[in-house]
Write a protein that binds this ligand. Sequence first.
Ligand SMILES: [Zn+2]
Length: 181
Amino acid sequence: MKKLLIVFLILFFITGCKQEKQLETVIIKTKVIEQQQNGIVEKQGEKTKPIIHNSVNELPVAGNNRLIVIDAGHQRYGNNAPEPIGPGAIETKAKVTSGATGVITGNLESQINLDVALKLKGKLEECGYQVIMVRTSQDVDMSNSERAKIANENKADAFIRLHCNSDDVFSTRGVLTIAPS
Ligand SMILES: [Zn+2]
């Protein structure tokens, strides 16, 4: 049986949002120079510009109402029926697995993911984000592609998938974050 590690994939930091000054979204043209295989590419992006307000009772709006979809990885029971690994892909994999289990605690990864997801939801909402949860129960049957569709169809600004990775080597520690380039 695999050892369970507490490794969560969180795509951005949310700590300290209450201390932030109120933000107002202002489009500032920025140039990001990226070295790519075929030369230098310039990109334009958006940034937020801090607007200082004197009232200490103002609600934090760091999230500025942007929409985050949170997927607590796995579910109590897996579903081994195949589905394409991506839109239009020929290669398939199991729709969803049940995840790892703690060797000593017996804790289910799916339950830990859900507990953390619910805490994250509260934190994000405190920071002024809107949140949609892919699941709030262990007893669902939702494939990985169905989970992605929830984020896409709601036009989420970010899709966060939480997992606890496992490894047979007990000394393995750490946090892993994966983000699309
Ligand atoms: Zn997992």
